[in-house]
Design a protein around this ligand. Structure first.
Ligand SMILES: C=C(O[C@@H]1C=C(C(=O)O)C=C[C@H]1O)C(=O)O
Length: 454
């Protein structure tokens, strides 16, 4: 690296210590804002608070720009984590489109934004770790050690009966806020017209697949309780990726539990998933099985799915020494079942996770094919801004490893309001009304957190 870049780099100090396991909900309430939450099957759950540094970028170079800023930030590290789980990480995400995201509810979400938290609480297999970070010319190890002592006092055993420093709330999971009114971005007639126009384009041959989405704005009786919402999502969807990203200063939060991983890297090993093709859940185990086998045998869904597998292979090919697609299987969630193909690759050389994010986003699971025609169709058809919906959300570490999920099954929470997003893959023989029903199912994970039974 250029030595002058190192001299210009901000100083980063990070220290970590193990604490008695605290309770998720209590950590979330005690940590400073803006907060981030990240979870993934097989990964530790992280709650981050505050911003020791914030990286933002826009336009088509937003992936490269964040990658460079991240490398500069981590280049100056005085880091003592003690264990891999506690290493400091950047958390954030990108906008789906490269055009500005200044429309409601995305006003406070730049086209790329990553936060390096001041405090990171990581619940890992080897215990819970508190990491304290500082960045800047004045970042000082003694100061960070003092803050770490304080943070260990605050978070160690927090909210766990008998060990806690605060009394556990008798009901740490407050009720759902309740929905006062709902507005769809798209009427059923508009939806039919949009899907039929897309199908015409596909039959005319200039498009193979496009994912069309809708948004649902809800006015709430009260603020959605963020800790309870993300805690319930992570428990109800254990094979998914729960996330929450708060922004400054507007206080909005992008929240969800997505079943879809975009990519994770560890050294030269890459894991990703093709997830596309959907059916509902049955009332009984037998009906569940029947629906799953019908999905597995369905030609339309297989086509929708195979396009994604092939595109991921093509997009990884320039980087990979080998690519292996596993057997196609069913990913079963609380409300839907998907066709799922796990894909692994070995890279030719060490590659920053954001290079792969840039190469893969958007896969035809949320964009379409060919990509340019699909993105044009999305822009022409959807009367709202996707913002961070269906875009990469995840983390990066100093080594350039990371995991990114695709921000679906998601919503933006604002004071007494929420905006939900859901989309479906359209191919030549898609039926607009069936796709409409699938969108309603995909709103369910978040709607369940908002509706209070009225
Ligand atoms: C776009 C969404 O989901 C995507 C579309 C799917 C489909 O059309 O079958 C399945 C999983 C996701 O790749 C969403 O949930 O909003």
């Amino acid at each position: 690296m250029d030595p002058s870049a190192l001299a210009d780099a901000p100083r980063l100090v990070s220290r970590a210590r193990r604490v008695a396991d605290p309770e998720f909900h209590a950590v979330f309430e005690a940590i400073e804002t803006p907060r981030v939450v990240w979870g993934a099957p097989g990964e530790s759950t992280v709650v981050g608070g505050g911003a020791a540094a914030t990286l933002t970028a826009s336009g088509p170079d937003r992936f490269a720009s964040i990658r460079e800023s991240a490398q500069t930030l981590f280049a100056s590290g005085d880091v003592h984590a003690g264990t891999e789980a506690a290493r400091p990480r950047l958390f954030g995400g990108f906008a789906f489109h490269e055009a500005a995201t200044d429309g409601s509810p995305w006003k406070s979400f730049p086209e790329a934004r990553f936060v390096f938290p001041r405090v990171q609480v990581t619940a890992a297999d080897n215990g819970t770790w508190v990491t304290v970070n500082a960045v800047g010319p004045d970042a000082d190890a003694a100061d960070v050690e003092r803050r770490l002592d304080e943070a260990v006092g605050t978070f160690g055993g927090l909210g766990v009966a008998g060990r806690g420093h605060v009394e556990r709330d008798p009901d740490p999971r407050p009720d759902r806020p309740g929905i006062v009114s709902r507005r769809r971005t798209t009427t059923r007639e508009e939806w039919r017209a949009g899907v039929e126009a897309a199908v015409d384009r596909i039959r005319a041959g200039d498009l193979e697949k496009v994912v069309l989405a809708q948004a649902l704005a809800a006015d709430l009786r009260a603020d959605a309780p963020r800790a309870a919402t993300v805690d319930r999502l992570r428990n109800r969807y254990p094979n998914c990726y729960p996330f929450l990203v708060e922004t400054d200063p507007a206080g909005a939060a992008f929240v969800g539990a997505t079943p879809e991983r975009l990519v994770s890297t560890r050294g030269r090993t890459v894991e990703t998933d093709a997830l596309a093709g959907t059916t509902g859940r049955g009332e009984t185990p037998a009906e569940d099985e029947w629906l799953a086998s019908e999905l597995a045998a369905d030609r339309k869904n297989a086509h929708e799915h195979d396009l994604v597998v092939d595109a991921i292979r093509d997009q990884l090919a320039p980087f990979a020494a080998s690519i292996t697609a596993g057997e196609r299987r069913i990913k079963r969630l609380a409300e839907v079942q998907h066709l799922h193909t796990p894909i692994t690759a070995e890279l030719e050389t060490n590659t920053h996770v954001l290079e792969l994010v840039e190469a893969l986003h958007p896969t035809p699971a949320v964009g379409g094919l060919p990509p340019a025609a699909a993105l044009e169709t999305i822009r022409e058809t959807e009367p709202f801004d996707r913002g961070w919906y269906a875009a990469p959300v995840g983390w990066i570490d100093a080594a350039g490893n990371g995991t990114f999920a695709v921000g679906i099954r998601s919503a933006v929470l604002e004071p007494r309001a929420a905006t939900l997003f859901a989309g479906v893959g359209i191919v030549a023989d898609s039926d607009a009304d069936e796709e409409w029903d699938e969108i309603q199912l995909k709103y369910r994970p978040i709607l369940n957190e908002l509706e209070d039974g009225d």
